[in-house]
Write a protein that binds this ligand. Structure first.
Ligand code: URA
Length: 198
């Protein structure tokens, strides 16, 4: 299998779909390459395209808060997208674009071997969990495939548009926190006050 470095170099040169014509940067992924938890978004937005890093725009700021709610940060997990280049005007990535790009994510997943995958939003959930996934009905539900536990929650952009979805997402985050505690508790930041642990 290729190494992370080889995969990233190939991905940076990719011209397998039309998004290569309009991108400023390929947005490969960020976080720990030893992480047990993989977050998968949809595709880069404007800021991500300009900076070459996932989730650095307004949705990314909210994702950072969501991680903080459960004692995580972006260095403790790995974050990637279904497509690595920005779809113009932030439209949904086309199937042909997803098909051209998905092998990068599959190889990232094979290298990482995560215990837990969290799909952020409908597009990632439909691609990773089930093509008929209904985010309003099935967010927060756990699925297991080949020993990997996976769930989807609302995309942070959806939470910015519709704050009434936030209480549901809080519960999904708590469920994720419990799953991490069960399967890979070393993911959490070390407690700075161990003598005060319950
Ligand atoms: N939305 C996504 O799905 N991914 C990003 O990297 C940024 C916004």
């Amino acid at each position: 299998m290729v190494s992370w470095e080889e995969l990233e170099a190939i991905c940076q040169q990719c011209r397998n779909c039309a998004l290569a014509e309009t991108r400023h940067n390929v947005v490969f992924g960020v976080g720990s390459r030893q992480a047990d938890v993989l977050f998968i978004g949809e595709g880069p937005g404007e800021q991500e395209d300009l900076q070459g890093e996932p989730f650095v725009g307004p949705a990314g700021k909210l994702l950072d808060v969501m991680l903080e709610v459960i004692d995580l940060n972006r260095e403790r997990v790995y974050i990637a997208n279904i497509v690595k280049c920005r779809p113009p005007r932030n439209r949904d990535p086309l199937n042909v674009e997803q098909d051209a790009c998905i092998r990068y994510l599959r190889t990232q997943t094979a290298l990482l071997r995560p215990k837990i995958i969290v799909c952020l939003g409908r597009i990632a959930a439909m691609r990773i969990i089930d093509k008929d996934f209904r985010i309003t009905k099935q967010h927060g539900q756990w699925f297991e495939r080949a020993g990997v536990h996976m769930m989807a929650m609302y995309h942070p952009s959806a939470l910015l548009r519709d704050p009434s979805k936030r209480p549901d997402t809080f519960l999904d985050l708590k469920s994720l926190q419990a799953k991490i505690q069960e399967l890979c508790p070393e993911t959490f930041l070390p407690n700075p006050f161990p003598e005060m642990a319950p």
